[in-house]
Design a protein around this ligand. Structure first.
Ligand code: GLN
Length: 485
């Protein structure tokens, strides 16, 4: 059953070939047997999942259902889920039981989808390798010596290992696309404002955006249908009609104009990754697309701008974790200041503390203009580069990351080398644009994805472009060997 895509499972449920209870039980069994080697789940909500599956089967029997009713999914552990631990990968929230449900997970729950559990992630979504989790690193199902990518590494690994057919992720600077690329799955980061952030634990509020992670573009379209939409509880959520993302998946690509940003193919790109990406682009030419070189002259400034803006916003967002109201509290505080200091130093991991320090510094008076304001100005330039490039072509294509998944531990000593992982992904977040990764090949047995970048609200187009590729290639259908359960 786990070999089936989400769309195929939906059909099997509709035809009565399987029940949601059977499907859910099957996944719970696989998680129990296989996940200890990957560590992709932090919490498995088995009893709750089976109860929800029974209800979903009853809904189907009563004729009250949609495509996702009864489908088991996994949620990144930064979506608040009522009554269930929501840790954000951090010791500081290890004991936090969310008192309410995020809009995204509520949308899935209301559609009748089943939550199998909460997936592992870099602490507070800060990281590119999933090695920053309080719950330990996630292993890449294609090669357990390799990182799965981050910060949605748990969601990516659980899809690759077929421990769920669909999962939610979030992308602040690449955290859906980069792990999707490294685990050989499909992931889309929607336009900023397309999906509600309400109930998502905030990292950098002007950049965070949730999206689906699945095996196929069709599955991602089905999940996005449920995730996207206006939410009055998120003031940056856009009130714009949600199309049926599955409607145009088969549209021919004749005449599609693809731009290749020359800065994405410059020094620093692994030659194997470049080969995979160029081969994928040739496939698009066969499908009727034309290719043009474009330029994003300020792309190189994205990384330093992001690593000022994201930590600045994080330092503000994370000030609420103070040991007083919820989460971890140190033992025997001497006074209030000691309580704040020790709860935060003991509760937050090293990378999170580093970002809080950088962010607080960048926002402090005297440095604000030199760092934060300057970074915001660069952000505008980056957005203008994309607007210009996307006026010449329909979409942009390139790599998601400079290398395939690297070995666990290879970059942990050097934060800057880790930050360089984000070089091709974060400019999109600064600009607010949608981006997607589709599986496109392998380098030394480790998966590599193709990144596709669109204009504002072009999710349907991106999914169409991803789907057409998946009809002529089978990278997305390959699975790691040796997974039996
Ligand atoms: N790797 C980036 C960071 O550490 C992006 C993370 C993300 O998208 N959540 O900030």
């Amino acid at each position: 059953m786990h070999e089936k895509t989400l769309a195929e499972q939906s059909k099997a449920l509709a035809a009565g070939e399987i029940s949601s209870v059977e499907l859910t039980q099957h996944y719970l069994g696989r998680i129990e047997t296989l996940d200890p080697q990957f560590n992709s789940y932090i919490t498995v909500t088995g009893d709750q999942a089976l109860e929800a599956a029974r209800q979903a089967d009853a809904r189907r029997a009563a004729g009250d259902f949609n495509a996702l009713t009864g489908i088991p999914l996994a949620h990144k552990d930064l979506f608040c889920t009522e009554g269930v631990r929501t840790s954000c990968g951090s010791k500081i929230l290890d004991n936090f039981i969310a008192p309410y449900e995020s809009t995204v997970t509520a949308n899935f729950r209301d559609a009748g989808a089943i939550m199998l559990g909460k997936t592992n992630m870099d602490e507070f979504a800060m990281g590119s390798s999933n090695e920053n989790s309080f719950y330990g690193a996630v292993k890449n199902p294609w090669d357990i010596k390799a990182i799965p990518g981050g910060s949605s590494g748990g969601s990516a690994a659980c899809i690759a290992a077929q421990l769920a057919a669909g999962a939610t992720g979030t992308d602040t600077g690449g955290s859906i696309r980069q792990p999707a690329s490294m685990c050989g799955i499909t992931g889309i980061k929607p336009t900023y404002g397309r999906v509600s952030r309400w109930g998502m634990i905030a990292y950098a509020s002007s950049l965070d955006q949730a999206g689906p992670m699945t095996r196929t573009a069709e599955d991602a379209a089905m999940m996005l249908n449920v995730m996207a939409g206006f939410d009055p509880k998120d003031s940056t959520c856009i009130n714009k009609e949600v199309p049926d993302y599955t409607a145009d998946l088969d549209k021919p690509l004749d005449g599609l104009k693809i731009g290749l940003p020359k800065e994405f193919f410059a020094e620093g790109l692994d030659s194997g990754v470049e080969q995979v990406v160029r081969d994928a682009i040739r496939e698009y030419e066969k499908l009727g697309a034309t290719i043009k070189e474009v330029s994003l002259p300020n792309a190189a400034l994205s990384l330093p701008a992001y690593y000022v803006i994201a930590p600045a916003e994080a330092s503000t967002n994370l000030s609420r974790f103070d040991g007083v109201r919820f989460g971890y509290r140190c033992e025997n505080p001497k006074n209030l200041e000691d309580l704040y200091k020790r709860s935060r130093s003991e509760g937050f991991g090293e990378e999170v503390q580093r970002r809080i320090l950088v962010g607080t510094y960048a926002l402090s008076s005297g440095y604000y203009d030199a760092y934060y304001r300057k970074a915001q100005q660069i952000r505008r330039l980056v957005r203008e580069d994309f607007t210009k490039a996307l006026s010449e072509v329909d979409v942009l294509m390139g790599p998601n990351a400079p290398t395939p998944a690297f070995d666990l531990g290879a970059n942990t000593k050097d934060p800057v080398s880790m930050y360089l992982q984000d070089i091709y992904t974060i400019s999109l977040n600064l600009a607010g644009l949608p981006g997607m990764s589709v599986p496109a090949g392998f380098v030394n047995g480790r998966p590599v994805g193709l990144q596709i970048i669109g204009r504002d609200f072009d999710e349907a187009r991106l999914l169409n472009i991803g789907h057409k590729f998946q009809q002529v290639t089978d990278w997305h259908l390959q699975s790691p060997t040796g997974l039996t359960a």
